[in-house]
Design a binder for this molecule. Sequence first.
Ligand code: TRP
Length: 375
Amino acid sequence: MDELEETVVTPWEVRGRINYEKLIEEFGTQPFTNDLKQRLEKNIKQPLHPMIRRGIVFSHRDFDWLLDHIEKGGDFALYTGRGPSGNTHIGHLVPWQFTKWLQDTFDVELYFQLTDDEKFLIDREKSYEETTQYAYQNALDILAVGFNPEKTKFIIDSEAGPKFRRLATEISRRITFSTAKAIFGFTESTNIGLIFHPAMQAAPCFYPSVLHGRKIPVLIPAGIDQDPYWRATRDIAEKMGYYKPVALHSEFIPGLEEGGKMSASKPDTTVFTTDSAKSVVKKVKRAFTGGRATIEEQKRLGGEPEKCNVFAWYRTSFEDDDEALKKRWDDCKSGALMCGPCKQELADRVVVFLEVHQQKAEDAKDVLESCVIRI
Ligand code: TRP
């Protein structure tokens, strides 16, 4: 990768080398500390999720406040979303698996927004029919992650109901163009649909309160790139009589190429949920690793798991067992484990995972419609 490539993290674009500590500073969020991990652990019956244990959830807004609220017997709803611009890939599934763990652990509702309008407004090449179609297709992948269909509600923006639209309008009256420009960098040439979008994306923060007729805070697990929306929403929440949304930020999952975040625009190094076993094996075998130039060198010097994307995939989602993960790290470092077998094992795991996932996505067709909310 080009050493000089600039790092960009905005709601529309994530690229370059990412320094998570710097992002916490730039976005003005809080680090997810060991203290918080322990407090969370005390409030639940399950062991902590690997993404928490391993620090992949690295930052938050007001999660300590939410724990106070829970300790006092308060409830909350989960909110997350997806811009349906194409097929789902493994990088999307990882934070959703964590969201499912949150839903199971706290037995709460999940509001899942599919912003087909946003993707239509951003990309002149795409028709509205296409992004709506992707919304439905992505929703199957989302349900395949195992969310409780009784407690999961999809808001497909283009089909959102009157209560949702009223709420978005009420929110939009509170956000001036000057604030939106400052937060999102809109310019004279931004189309006016996109300028309204922050109100659409804020609305699910208050929608559970509207639907239930009482104040319910939302917890939003998402990438930190989406944080500007929550900053805008938090500014107006209390004035509108709602709780400020609480956010958890997780790291971006790398693709199989060097650096960056997994992205549909790099299909050769991204594993899609629709990929065949053959294509998965091909992609994983070509992955960027922390291996040395020759086997002899690797035996002598050991590999470099800290820069290896194959190891990153084990760490983020294909090895739940901390001991086994540590052993993989140690064996790589010592030169006992070569890249070939390590890649092969990952490919095998991804293939098995996708086989099960594809079946679950197929089964989800029966419940999808019951999970779409149009109120
Ligand atoms: N704008 C997001 C995207 O393009 C989609 C989204 C909507 C979202 N609401 C969200 C993402 C809440 C995370 C949390 O992907």
